[in-house]
Design a protein around this ligand. Structure first.
Ligand SMILES: [Zn+2]
Length: 121
């Protein structure tokens, strides 16, 4: 599989499971239609019509493309980590309610996911 080249900040988040600050994402309030794909391997993960207003600082989705995202128990035993099913890129965490938030990098009509965060509302 060919991976995209990642910027240092992107690598910190995706490979080293870093965290980014809320309300800084380019697409937090994005309302364009399109498909949100893995920043590293381009696998489609989310669709824009599943996006909803979460008001927690990251774009949020209430559904995912079937089979595209793996849900794994986190090391702390309390959270569920989500990773790209194709390349195991770290996407963030899910809490109860199955709500997702994320930061993305956009190119053409695709939205490249940089980070998905859980959203407690
Ligand atoms: Zn991927």
């Amino acid at each position: 599989m060919n991976y995209n080249n990642l910027k240092p900040e992107e690598e910190r988040v995706i490979v080293h499971k870093g965290t980014e600050r809320p309300f800084t994402g380019e697409y937090n309030n994005n309302k364009e239609t399109g498909t949100y794909v893995c920043r590293r391997c381009n696998t489609p993960l989310y669709r824009s019509h599943d996006k909803f207003e979460s008001h927690c600082g990251w774009p949020s989705f209430d559904d995912e493309i079937k089979g595209a995202v793996k849900h794994l128990p986190d090391a702390d035993g309390r959270r569920i980590e989500i990773v790209c099913a194709a390349c195991d890129a770290h996407l963030g965490h899910v809490f109860k309610g199955e709500r997702f938030t994320q930061k993305k990098y956009k190119a053409l009509r695709k939205f490249y996911i940089l980070k998905i965060h859980s959203c407690l509302t």
